[in-house]
Design a protein around this ligand. Structure first.
Ligand SMILES: Nc1ncnc2c1ncn2[C@@H]1O[C@H](COP(=O)(O)OP(=O)(O)OP(=O)(O)O)[C@@H](O)[C@H]1O
Length: 265
């Protein structure tokens, strides 16, 4: 099946600490999933395990199938040529140039790719980083650093072959971004899904999913509370449980599905 299928299982951190209990989850090609939940609910844990970049390798034991193949057995280069990751934290201290960081997107292809120059030009324009390309990483603002990492991640996905399955995992892509650049993230996620990728992005803004996602996964206290189409009523009910609040939907001049507003308890 053309999908990422995650088996029902527990996910662990720090070798033997279970933090997340999952039901079977199916993320299909062309779907764009928003992942929501309170702080500590397990969003990053899920994304880190799926990405295979968990710093604690002993914990990276997710049981999942990617287009019919078991994920842990994947050769890492082939995997890197099909999935791109935006981590929540950018642990980068070196004074690398922005140009060098963005070009890291081509590492899974040995640093060279026949479409690199063309794709790089497009990505620089899309993520509004032309003026940053010669700057050094530590001199960038928080939002500029986020745009650079989004550009690197988007470029890696763009270099992947369109006839191959592709997965884009983004942990809090909206963090530190102003409103116009948040719109860019929405557009990029939708575009990637329309091109056939599977997209999973964690967000804290409960109205964001209706702007970019086809589906939502709502998590609470290490469990999946709800998974389904974002415009289903179950989404709002799950948010109310996840955040222990009451939501009301206001009409919005542009969004047909309205605007969710929390009411005071
Ligand atoms: N190495 C670790 N040792 C112990 N507990 C951990 C470890 N890593 C994560 N946890 C715990 O696992 C839980 C899930 O963490 P996770 O980072 O997945 O949450 P999250 O939903 O992404 O939260 P946030 O919205 O705050 O980013 C948290 O309670 C966290 O403290």
């Amino acid at each position: 099946m053309s999908a990422l299928i995650v088996s029902a299982q527990q996910l662990y951190v720090a070798r033997d600490t279970p933090v997340l209990t999952l039901p079977e989850l199916v993320f299909r090609a062309g779907e764009c999933w928003a992942i929501l939940g309170a702080n500590g609910a397990g969003k990053s844990t899920l994304l880190r395990h799926l990405s295979g970049i968990d710093p604690d390798q002993a914990a990276a034991n997710v049981c999942a199938q990617w287009h019919g193949e078991a994920l842990p057995s994947w050769n890492s280069r082939r995997w890197a040529q099909q999935r791109s990751v935006l981590p929540q934290h950018h642990h980068l201290m070196a004074a690398l140039s922005v140009a060098a960081i963005v070009r890291m997107a081509a590492y899974p292809w040995g640093g060279a790719h026949p479409r690199l120059a063309d794709c790089l030009d497009a990505i620089i324009a899309e993520w509004d980083i032309a003026a940053l390309m010669t700057r050094r990483w530590p001199t960038l603002s928080g939002g500029e650093q986020q745009r650079v990492m989004l550009a690197r991640s988007a470029l890696q996905l763009r270099l992947a072959e369109s006839d191959q399955p592709r997965l884009w995992l983004l942990d809090e892509p909206l963090a530190a971004l102003d409103w116009p650049h948040q719109q860019r993230v929405f557009h990029a996620c939708q575009d990637a899904a329309q091109q056939g990728a599977t997209v999973l992005a964690s967000v804290h803004d409960m109205n964001a999913p209706s702007a970019f996602a086809s589906h939502a996964l709502v998590m609470g206290q290490g469990r999946v509370l709800w998974a389904g189409p974002v415009h289903h009523d179950g989404y709002v009910a799950a948010l109310e449980v996840a955040f222990a609040l009451t939501l009301t939907r206001l009409s919005h001049p542009e969004h047909t599905h309205g605007w969710l507003v929390p009411l005071r308890p």
